[in-house]
Design a protein around this ligand. Structure first.
Ligand SMILES: Cc1ncc(COP(=O)(O)O)c(C=O)c1O
Length: 284
């Protein structure tokens, strides 16, 4: 038992506190570190890293898509998706507090040269009728609208889940207007666990989905962009252009693969704990 003198107590309190600033603070488990230590590696820019290839294949199959590309961050997978679906001068539509607009350092303008048109959602969620109101007719005065981005779960709304039925209605409208649909799914896994909707079903309405391994799943690094084989081949070009081509990335991909294979169901525990905490706090 340490001596609880006043100058020792702050350290003791910090060591026993649960850090709730973000789910990005999660650290790899011993089993995950072991998987990373023994990972087979190769040069991923040449497509030679077997562990990265296994992670990409596993993630694509889980989401029911043809291919995936591993990247260093969720910001990069989102921004590569924007660059993939648009040309400079185009317009993208997204919710007014979407991470892509709010927290990605102005990247849509800097990296893809696109304009952002915002839809005010209800805690991150908007409807097909809301989208319909901001669609522009084809007219040389207007930018060409190319892409709609949704976020599930919604970061700035405390993890609000986007209902599947609403997504399907939005996807239907996008198809009618020849618009692509991208999902910022940094916490896609949480939405699947919270609703019981499978990854493939939730991903189906989207052209591309970005998923993160480094949030609640606990991997140290990385995200994947998922979509058709042709789109992902093009995405590799933009990943390289944006500086995200990594070499022996299998070491970190092994952590991500371990996370997605072994830790997804554990998110239920996080949700239960968060609800207990929220109920407790609301009594104060
Ligand atoms: C909804 C959402 N999208 C994207 C990101 C970006 O992820 P990263 O920090 O890996 O760039 C985050 C990060 O917290 C996020 O919450």
């Amino acid at each position: 038992m340490p001596d609880l003198t006043p100058d020792l107590m702050p350290n003791l309190m910090i060591n026993s506190m649960i850090d709730l600033r973000s789910d990005t603070i999660t650290k790899p488990t011993p089993a995950m570190r072991q998987a990373m230590a023994i990972a087979e590696v190769g040069d991923d820019v040449f497509g030679d890293d077997p562990t990265v290839n296994a992670l990409e294949q596993y993630t694509a199959e889980l989401l029911g898509k043809e291919a995936a590309v591993y990247m260093p961050s969720g910001t990069m997978t989102n921004q590569v998706a924007l660059r993939l679906h648009t040309e400079p001068g185009d317009e993208i539509i997204l919710e007014s507090e979407a991470h892509i607009y709010y927290y990605e350092g102005g990247a849509p303008a800097a990296l893809s040269g696109v304009m952002c048109r915002l839809v005010k959602g209800d805690k991150g969620v908007f409807s097909a009728a809301d989208l319909q109101k901001v669609l522009r007719p084809s007219d040389p005065h207007f930018p060409k609208t190319r892409l709609v981005c949704l976020e599930n779960t919604h970061n700035r709304s405390g993890g609000r889940v986007f209902p599947l039925a609403e997504i399907e209605a939005i996807a239907h409208l996008c198809q009618a207007h020849d618009l692509k649909l991208h999902l910022d799914g940094a916490r896609f896994w949480n939405a699947c666990i919270a609703t019981g909707v499978s990854e493939a079903e939730y991903a189906k309405p989207f052209d591309t989905v970005s998923v993160c391994f480094s949030k609640g799943l606990g991997a140290p690094v990385g995200s994947a962009l998922v979509g058709s084989a042709a789109q992902m081949q093009r995405a590799r070009r933009f990943r390289k252009m944006f500086g995200g081509g990594m070499r022996q990335a299998g070491i970190i991909a092994a952590g991500a693969l371990y996370a997605v294979q072994h830790q997804r169901s554990r998110l239920q525990q996080d949700h239960t704990n968060a609800q207990i905490l929220a109920k407790g706090c609301s009594k104060w």
